[in-house]
Write a protein that binds this ligand. Structure first.
Ligand SMILES: [Zn+2]
Length: 238
């Protein structure tokens, strides 16, 4: 086990207050055998969200960051922190995270056509992991900056059940033009997790699940559905 190899990539997370446990050689081998190049795997315990919201449920996450995709540990960390802040409205916390940093299978970090094949192959190839799994990937060329496969979608399109509860976020969401076109409080990662946790599509009104004017607003009804989804775990004294 080369634990020190994990440090250069993850040092930003550690400095941000996360506790780090380097993964076992077994865990790295499982990702390498699945086609992920030179995987670094670590378990992280993140500090609580900045808000003082009461947390009754916890959502474990696996984050897979492709190298050379435009993402850095800092941008991934900021994304997860923002997502945790948004979900804390529903008393859902994000504390335990597995971070995988690897070269993308089939080498290119880009997903040209979301939902058409390559992402489905990659999603179906990963070793057993805590879900949801969020992939931080490179560019897309069809205008889809982020997407996900919730239960409804997997059943409707008869997709490989192994892609269930995976979200895909392209580095386009980091661009100035993308951010300028969205509400400042919006997080595409939180939006995709809302599709997964709510097992639902878009809504008309300005909301986290709006297609055209998404922001960070979550209704009580949506929060209830998110907490009831099997991946959100009730904390013992919550
Ligand atoms: Zn959407």
């Amino acid at each position: 086990m080369n634990a020190t190899a994990v440090w250069p990539t993850l040092v930003a997370l550690v400095l941000a207050g996360a506790e780090l446990r380097a993964a076992s050689e077994d865990e790295r081998s499982r990702w390498a055998n699945a086609g992920f190049g030179s995987p670094e795997v670590a378990s992280l315990t993140l500090p609580p969200a900045a808000s003082s919201a009461r947390i009754t449920h916890e959502l474990p996450l696996t984050l897979v960051m492709f190298r050379n995709a435009g993402w850095t540990p800092e941008t991934v960390r900021a994304t997860v922190e923002r997502t945790a802040e948004i979900l804390s409205q529903c008393a859902i916390g994000i504390r335990r995270v597995t971070l995988v940093v690897a070269d993308a299978p089939e080498s290119s970090p880009d997903i040209d056509a979301p939902g058409r094949g390559r992402d489905l192959r990659i999603g179906a190839s990963i070793p057993p992991s805590e879900k949801p799994v969020v992939f931080f990937v490179g560019k897309t060329h069809d205008g889809n900056a982020a997407w996900s496969f919730n239960r409804k979608y997997v059943e409707l399109w008869r997709l490989d059940p192994r892609v269930l509860d995976t979200a895909w976020v392209s580095s386009e969401v980091l661009s100035a033009s993308y951010r300028a076109s969205r509400h400042p409080a919006y997080s595409p990662t939180a939006h995709e997790l809302a599709h997964i946790l709510g097992n639902r599509g878009h809504v008309e009104e300005p909301n986290i699940l709006s297609a055209f004017s998404p922001n960070d607003r979550i209704t009580e009804e949506q929060c209830g559905a998110f907490r009831a989804y099997e991946l959100a775990r009730r904390l013992r004294d919550g």
